[in-house]
Design a protein around this ligand. Structure first.
Ligand SMILES: [Cu+2]
Ligand SMILES: [Zn+2]
Length: 183
């Protein structure tokens, strides 16, 4: 029975390694929330710019947008499927990000495009701010992740029902969504 103590030692060692690994993994996730950012640039003949911050929280993604250079009133505001703002009219960004194959709708609808963030409303100076908690999108490595896609702002209001994109007109600004420094 010479091998018995060696097996016991090996078992204790393996258990300790597993316990340490388990203890470290969740701690890292809760202390460092995932963040993403899109810096919006105007399309041709427009002057709309701004930033959109995305922060992963317990029950969704907190969206914080600050945009300037708009005409007063509501403007369609979406995540589009491609992180490609290269075209002068931003049509290279493609359609609304829709990995779950749902119809276009309002951000608070049960069935909607993951990219449906609704509208942002500009004041008389053309500045708009938006803060809301989104329950559809994700920043993690899954099919609802918006990382590497784009934010597009439109010339007109999103009516939140017309298919496939809310009839919100031309694209006035576009920005690619990338990983931001988490802190
Ligand atoms: Cu759009
Ligand atoms: Zn949509």
């Amino acid at each position: 029975m010479k091998s018995f103590p060696i097996s016991v030692i090996a078992l204790i060692f393996l258990s300790l390694t597993a316990i340490i690994a388990q203890a470290e993994a969740p701690e890292e996730k809760s202390l460092v929330p995932l963040k993403a950012i899109a810096v919006l640039h105007p399309t041709q003949d427009n002057k709309v710019s701004g930033t959109v911050m995305f922060t992963e929280v317990a029950d969704g993604v907190q969206v914080h947008a600050e945009i300037t250079g708009l005409t007063p009133g509501k403007h369609g505001f979406h995540v589009h499927e491609f992180g490609d703002c290269a075209a002068a009219d931003a049509n290279s960004a493609g359609a609304h990000f829709n990995p779950t194959k749902q119809p276009h709708a309002a951000p608070d609808a049960t069935a909607r495009h993951v990219g449906d963030m609704g509208n942002i409303e500009a004041d008389t100076s053309g500045a708009a701010k938006l803060d809301y908690l989104d329950h559809n999108m994700s920043l993690s490595n899954d099919d609802r992740s918006i990382i590497g896609r784009s934010v597009v702002v439109h010339a007109k209001a999103d009516d939140l029902k017309s298919q496939p994109a809310g009839d919100s007109g031309a694209r006035v600004a576009c920005g690619v969504i990338g990983r931001a420094k988490s802190q």
